[in-house]
Design a binder for this molecule. Sequence first.
Ligand code: LLP
Length: 431
Amino acid sequence: MICDNISVNQKGRLAFAGLDTVDLAKKYGTPLYLMDEDKIRENIRTYKTAMAEYFPQGSVPEFASKAFSCKQIYRIAKEEGINIDVVSCGEIYTASSVGFPMENSFFHGNNKSDSDIEFAMDNNVGHFVCDSLDELGAINSIAKQKGKIQKVLLRLTPGIDPHTHKKIATGSVDSKFGFAIETGDATDALKNVLDMTNISLLGFHCHIGSQIFDAHPFMQAAEIMLDFVAAAKKEFGFDCQLLNIGGGFGVRYLESDPVIDYKEMISRIGEFLNKHAEKKGISLPKILMEPGRSIVANAGMTLYTVGSIKEIKGYKNYVSVDGGMADNPRYTLYEAPYTVALANRMNDKKDFIATVAGRCCESGDILQENVAMPKPCRNEILAFCTTGAYNYSMASNYNRLPKPPVVMIKDGTDYLAVKGQTFDDIAGLDV
Ligand code: LLP
């Protein structure tokens, strides 16, 4: 199986985190997002222990909450004692509402409005990660008005090609994110920010992209970032306390994807950072990483009910389900692969090849193509594995479809973490 929380039970049905998925579909209805809380915690602890072992003292993971944001994930992050990355006032509001210690949050984004900045400061967001002089100026003056000194990291673009889908690569010089090191913009920004009275610069950040399987691009980025840290010390006497090397470790969506040992990747990056810092004659700052996908992706599964089955002779077969691009836009956006299973009959022969289509009124609403499965019947359950990242968080109300509920599983017990939307949740906002 693609992950160790997925199995086939004695009834020949798909089990997730030890529970029968067909029973869960019956209990909560479909579409249904499932999240395995134990797996989320296990993934967090993998990062936490490896970073404590291989990076300088005080190095902690930040959960990139854009991958999956709801109250319960912030409670889990708080209990596990990790930091969070937030990118909007909505995420800040959600995290604050469950008492997440906001001094341990990092506010990202290439365009924070003045009201975003005020909201974040009023909610005691600990750190801002910035990549524009306009924004730094606004932060400085708003902090002055509020009588605050705001901690900031500068986001830099190291100019690395991480060999991932172009829509999720972020570290190239022409990216909308970051001050480019190559062009001298990063140095100019540093010079400017050091003169800002109400900003305390703690260090630098980079994020090169997402769904990256190899440690090498991270080392390339780390090398460029440490060179910059050394130059900042030499030219400006700036002591870098925090270096954030971003998120982006890949996850397995298909059996054919490599199995990644995150601990091993972190140890290799740690070894490289130590060696390179020594070579440059600098002491290594605390290292932050901000994984999103690799914390929650394999903790998730989505269940759908099969509806129409259409065989277009000599062409292709369609299996339509009761969800689609509104609850998972990732195939439409990136042709993202998923492992798909007919949950009712896991031991039957997979001799039917079909395109899984969503229910939205749009040809592009496809969830997966060329899937081998037993020929399904109407009302059977189709499961998409590894949907814990960027599914619920990217869901929309396209076609006025309500967002499905999120059910979490802990120690073999299921509980509702996010209620499904009602029609009134959607239409009720209309005036
Ligand atoms: N830090 C920053 C600044 C980021 O922009 C991201 C992701 C992360 C951390 C977390 O990266 P991760 O560990 O999750 O790869 N919607 C796309 C992914 C977009 C990633 C955006 N930034 C998808 O569904 O594949």
